[in-house]
Every structure is written in C-alpha cells, then in structure tokens.
Design a protein around this ligand. Structure first.
Ligand code: ADP
Ligand code: MG
Length: 492
C-alpha cells in the first residue's frame, strides 16, 4: 500500500503533529553508575553487579565518560550545557527495574535546547530544508529486559542492560509528516554516530525512537497524542506513524475522542495497538536522588571537550559549500558519513572538479554501493581514480558515456589504470576539429532534406543532424563541439 499521502502537509484535512523522544545508548565501556560492562549479547545476568541489582548498601557513582558524551552531543546541536543539573528518581514498578525507580533527570537536564537541521528527501529535484527544535537531552539509566521468547508460561529477566547509560533526546512537536519524522531521526542518528557517542545499532536497541503523534484541524490547539514506543528501524517508523495518523483521523471522523496512550507497533500486521494508558509525570513521583550530588560541569571542561571534537557534519557541509563551491544539498548528502565525506574531499582535492566529483558520488557510486551492498570505504574505485576519471571528462578526453564504461572496468576489477582503459577500449573523444568537420560535411551532403527543414525553421531537424554526426563518429565526437560546428556551418 502506498503511504505517500503523509508527505503532504494535510492528511484528509488534518495537520499531523509529531514529537520524538529518542534513547541513545552511550558508548561507554562501563555502566552509568557502576563498573559493570555494557557489552551487548553477553549471557543473561552476567553483567549486572550489586549496584545494578540495587542490593542494599550500594551507592551509584557517576560515570564521567557518560557525562562527556552528553556534553559532546549538546555541543554538536548548539545546545546550552547546564553548569549544574540534577538526578531524579522516576518511580514505577516493573519486573526489569530492580530498584523500583529509574535514575533520570527531570527538572534540570544536562543539555537544554538546541536544533537539528536536515533536508527532506528530494521531490522533483528539490530538497526542502527543515529544522526541529530540541527541548532537552538528559542522562538516565536503562532498565533490564524481560525475555518472553525462550519460556513457556514464564518470563525471564535479564539485568545485563540495567544501568546502561542512555541519553534521552526530546524534541518540540515540530514535525508535520512521517517523512519529516524519518528524515529527522536519520539526521539525529548521523549526528550521534558521527561524534561517536552511540554505536547507532538499531537492531540491538542502541538507538530507539518513540514517536508522539497527534492530528488536528489547521489552526486548532494541539490534539491529544499517542506515543508509539521503541521504533527500531526507519522503515517501521514510517509505517507506524502512517498507520497511527490514519487510525486517529478515522476515530475522530467517527466521533470518538482520542485518549492519551502508549502504543506498540506490530511489524507483522503494520498496526499500532494500545499498550497502556499513558502515565503523567505525577504518576512517577519524581524527586531528587539523595544518593547523587548535583552534576557540576565547568566552562573549562566544556571548552576542553569542544577543542577535542572532530569537525561536525553540519560544519563540514558548510565548509564544502564555501571551499568547494558545492550546492548545500550536495554538501549535506556527502556528509552523511565521515567515510563518504573523506572520500569526496580526497577526490575533489586531487582533481579540483568538486561538483563533478560530487555528481559521481551521489549518482553512479552510490548506486553501485547499494547494488553491491558495500560501504564506500571498500568501493573498488578509489578517490584518486575517481579524480583521474573526472579530470579526463573535464579536459574533454572522454565523454560522460565513455566515462561510465571506464568506471565499470575499474569497479569490476578488470583494470586499474584509467588512461590504459581509454586507449585499449578506444574511448578517446574526437577532439581533432578537421576530422569532425569532414564528418559534418559528409552528413550534411547526404541529408539534404534535414538541412532544408532546418532552414525552414524546424528545430527537430537540427537534432536529427546531430544524431547522424554522433553516429558517424561512432559516439566519439564531443557533443558540444558538434553543436557549435553544426550551427556555424548551417548559418554560414
Ligand atoms: P512525556 O515526557 O510525558 O512523554 P512531554 O511533554 O515531555 O511528555 O512530551 C514528550 C514528547 O511529545 C515531546 O517530544 C513533545 O514534543 C511531544 N508532544 C507533546 N505534545 C504533543 C502533541 N499534542 N502531539 C504530538 N507530539 C506531542
Ligand atoms: Mg514520553
């Protein structure tokens, strides 16, 4: 079923409103308040220590690495880093939460505000720029996991994940379609993996998105939202939001009020289903955790982290526009990953034809990477080879078509030297103008009818002549040169 209808700002006369809460698992070796390991996939309950199990007499100790990562994130999105923030206890009962509360941040989070900027997918060659405001990002501990699959009539508890550091990243309700929501989530994923604070593995749950969705008639106050939990793939994210939007509109159209709820997406049916009515903050009885002092972050520490951070994708994209003269869209696309950005810059610096290099990476190379299921790091065509290929197009040695053949030869591993391929395959473009003039004269002589038609004002006849000339040159004539020469001859 096509879900494209949520691309438009209005769905059946309703405006869609979406806000995201994302849990990014921070890439520390040890847990947020204990020394137990965080590695994924260990035997159940082998990585939970006395602190994670909440045994009496244990006390949490803050992991400095988790705080550093939160600061890095805040700097990456231009947020305010709170000089003092507070840990709070969020109380609820669930079997995988041994303490009966989760240590989180409530009133004063460590990261406040900030902006995520990104492009929507291209529509008719135009990519719209969007930005989503962040409310906050706060540090908290993860809970354990309930295991239902391996047991009959019982549920197992694995506490390995209890105490794993999370950064919960909360947006304003700024998104207006499932497509925009997915584009935001991809951008956020790019940022956290680029700066290396999260491995971004969605299957393993390292990057989990909750989508808050409501609908309203334009101009009306915000509608009641339902929160879709734990969307762990971009595809499911889009499907779940699309289903939820349609479901809510149908409910309202049928005269039913939407009730605030937490819902789960079932990938097998493509439907969302209410899991529980939504708790309010009051239900959690938040209060400051007496076991943890306020988290104090000096300006000096922030500056030190800022100085050590690698260039951010947004900053790098701006530099690509400035230094290489790329359109903003190209610059953003090329900074999808560090590897792609490096590939681009190596090739562009080597040949000086940044836009041509960009076209090749976003076109032919991306297509081949997708088709072969490989990463750009292992692309058979290396940046310096692409630079050489692009140089041969730019200096008129070969046409774009011929370049694609050369590219194919290198990609398939048949040959590595571009000039050798051009020679052995006879792909060199005809740049000898007297030879080309001869061909043009012959074609004009044997196509008198087309010449007549052109003189009578038929533009099509010109194209027919160009076609004949290209054919007669076996595709080796330079199309621009053919155009110029032919026009000159016909108007002589
Ligand atoms: P909670 O922490 O209880 O889930 P918040 O007020 O912090 O509630 O909001 C959580 C998320 O829901 C935020 O991303 C926010 O932007 C989004 N949100 C709030 N109201 C709406 C609404 N009416 N429609 C869609 N999203 C909303
Ligand atoms: Mg929530």
């Amino acid at each position: 079923m096509a879900h494209n209808w949520t691309n438009s700002p209005l769905v059946m006369g309703y405006e869609v409103v979406i806000g995201f809460e994302t849990h990014a698992q921070l890439s520390t070796q040890s847990k947020i308040f204990s020394r137990a390991a965080t590695a994924f996939g260990a035997e159940p309950n082998t990585q939970a220590c006395a602190v994670d199990l909440a045994l009496p007499g244990t006390l949490p100790v803050m992991n400095k690495g988790a705080v550093e990562r939160a600061i890095e994130f805040g700097l990456a999105i231009g947020a305010h880093i709170a000089p003092t923030s507070i840990f709070a206890r969020k109380n609820y009962f669930y079997p995988d939460l041994p303490k009966g509360y989760q240590i989180s941040q409530f009133e004063i989070p460590v990261v406040q505000g900030g902006l995520v900027e990104f492009f929507m997918p291209e529509v008719k060659g135009v990519a719209e720029k969007k930005s989503v405001r962040l409310v906050r990002a706060h540090l908290e501990e993860d809970a354990g996991k309930s295991l239902h699959e391996d047991f009959v009539g019982q549920t197992g508890i694995d506490l390995n994940r209890a105490g794993t550091p999370l950064l919960e990243i909360v947006t304003e309700p700024d998104m207006r379609s499932s497509t925009e929501a997915v584009a935001y989530a991809k951008e956020l994923h790019k940022i956290v993996t680029w700066i290396g604070i999260c491995d971004g593995n969605m299957q393993e749950g390292s990057f989990r998105c909750d989508a808050n969705v409501s609908v309203r008639k334009p101009g009306k106050p915000l509608g009641i939202r339902r929160e879709i939990k734990n969307l762990n793939s971009f595809k499911f994210m889009q499907q779940a939001i699309d289903f939820e939007v349609r479901w809510q509109i149908e409910q309202i159209e049928d005269g039913h009020a939407i009730e605030q709820a937490t819902v789960l997406f079932n990938p097998d049916t493509g439907e969302t289903r209410a899991m529980r009515s939504k708790e309010d903050a009051a239900d959690y009885r938040y209060f400051p955790d007496p076991d943890l002092p306020p988290l104090c972050i000096s300006e000096q520490w922030v500056q030190q982290i800022r100085a050590q951070m690698a260039e951010l994708p947004r900053v790098m994209a701006e530099r690509f526009v400035r230094e290489h003269g790329l359109p903003e869209y190209d610059a953003t696309t090329l900074t999808q990953s560090k590897a792609m950005a490096t590939y681009f810059e190596d090739a562009a610096r080597a040949c000086g034809h940044a836009k041509l290099v960009s076209n090749w990476i976003m076109g032919e190379i991306s297509r081949r990477l997708n088709a072969d299921g490989i990463a750009i790091e292992t692309a058979p065509v290396r940046p310096l080879q692409l630079a050489a290929l692009v140089s041969r197009i730019a200096d008129g040695t070969i046409s774009n078509n011929a370049a694609r053949q050369v590219f194919e030869e290198i990609w398939s591993g048949a040959e590595t030297n571009i000039d050798a391929i051009i020679e052995t395959k006879g792909l060199r473009q005809m740049n000898d103008s007297s030879a080309l003039e001869n061909i043009i004269d012959q074609v004009l002589a044997s196509n008198a009818k087309n010449v007549e038609e052109f003189r009578a004002g038929k533009g099509k006849a010109f194209n027919a002549l160009v076609g004949q000339i290209m054919k007669a040159s076996k595709g080796k004539a330079n199309p621009q040169q053919v155009n110029d020469f032919l026009r000159a001859k016909l108007s002589a």
